[in-house]
Ligand binder design. Structure first.
Ligand SMILES: NC(=O)c1ccc[n+]([C@@H]2O[C@H](COP(=O)([O-])OP(=O)(O)OC[C@H]3O[C@@H](n4cnc5c(N)ncnc54)[C@H](O)[C@@H]3O)[C@@H](O)[C@H]2O)c1
Length: 337
């Protein structure tokens, strides 16, 4: 099979990781790189002499079979639409768009043109998230009660998007992926300490029709670097610590059981302190797993996992959360957005 010709549009802090990943894959050819910044073009041109390096999106689209858009968020829809118009299977980085209207425009175009369109919800390809998803589906954790995620660190302070739009796409998309449903209402509170009107910290709550609750704490103004997800089920509880270098997933056989027969109220709820399991999970790099998936989608071998609908759903939650932020944390219906 011939190698798939891939391009990257936007090769900044994050896009250069896509460039590196593609360059290291046997089944893919790094055909073209596009960036507006001459210094980046010069550097990558030297590093990857076989690739066509340009500042023209059209020049890339003329040469490739598949393309990744890793430009700043405000340009995702415009660049993504050009790629889809050209009939090129496209992966648009998160956030898919900055408004529901834009997200829907891009998704509808891809649908109409029959062009595969993915969103860079990287964590959906994380082997630990895949394992958690399997454990939720086969009911190892029991009925899911609630989950919460912490995505906090010091910097990078972004000038054009708040902590919700910078960090939120990851944890919101993961919550929707794991639970297999979208929230009914969201509420969010946050505060801008460093730049006027750009929240550095955001606390987001989501409620689901199934009764599950999800909470996400996001901040770039925090002494700790945390990337942690806790899922509490009726049988077991799971903690995914992405900052741990190994043993990232721990399953706690803990819970509070209600014995079938009891004499007094005190006996009605029994604490269960069981073992802690550390499942062996493959150490696959999510970016490389995402790219391998994208290649198979572009070759029309499989349907995309994090597809345009996933992109629209996540943007819908983020837009509802933005409204709630502006209204001091009032609950906002997600469907109404
Ligand atoms: N999936 C993830 O885990 C993850 C992680 C970090 C960033 N991101 C996302 O990746 C995107 C890029 O983030 P970043 O931190 O690399 O930003 P960045 O500013 O470092 O890089 C963006 C690059 O795009 C270039 N650019 C801008 N407009 C362009 C255009 N029209 N055509 C070609 N190039 C253009 C800029 O010159 C710059 O080099 C953002 O949407 C961000 O949210 C995703």
């Amino acid at each position: 099979m011939s190698r798939l010709k891939c391009g990257v549009i936007g090769a900044g802090a994050w896009g250069k990781n896509h460039v590196r990943t593609i360059a290291g894959m046997a089944e893919v050819e790094l055909t073209a790189i596009c960036d507006m910044n001459p210094a980046i073009r010069e550097k990558l041109g030297k590093q990857y002499p076989a690739a066509f390096v340009t500042d023209s999106v059209d020049e890339v689209l003329r040469r490739v079979d598949a393309v990744i858009v890793a430009t700043p968020a405000r340009t995702h829809v415009e660049v993504g639409m050009r790629a889809v118009e050209a009939g090129i299977p496209t992966l648009v980085e998160k956030p898919f768009a900055l408004t529901v209207q834009d997200a829907e425009r891009l998704a509808e175009l891809a649908e109409r043109r029959g062009v595969p369109l993915l969103v860079g919800h990287l964590l959906e390809y994380h082997p630990v998230i895949e394992r958690l998803k399997a454990m939720i589906e086969d009911e190892t954790l029991g009925q899911i009660y609630y989950l919460y995620a912490q995505r906090v660190n010091l910097g990078q302070v972004r000038p054009d998007e708040n902590a919700l739009w910078s960090f939120g796409p990851h944890d919101v998309s993961v919550a929707l992926f794991l639970l297999g449903e979208a929230p009914v209402t969201v509420s969010a509170q946050g505060h801008s300490y460093l730049q006027k009107g750009i929240e550095d910290i955001v606390f987001l709550n989501m409620t689901f029709a199934s009764g599950v609750m999800a909470h996400v704490q996001m901040s770039w103004l925090d002494p700790h670097k945390e990337r942690r997800l806790t899922v509490v089920g009726s049988r077991q509880m799971a903690v995914f610590d992405d900052m741990a270098s190994r043993e990232k997933l721990r399953i706690y056989d803990k819970g509070i059981d209600r014995p079938p027969e009891y004499r007094s109220y005190g006996e009605s709820l029994a604490i269960r302190e069981g073992d802690i399991f550390i499942p062996r999970v493959a150490n696959t790099e999510p970016l490389s797993a995402q790219m391998q998936h994208f290649v198979r989608v572009a070759r029309k071998e499989i349907q995309p996992r994090a597809d345009a609908k996933d992109g629209v759903r996540t943007v819908r939650v983020l837009e509802a959360a933005s409204r709630s932020l502006r209204q001091g944390g009032a609950p906002i219906s997600v469907e109404g957005v």
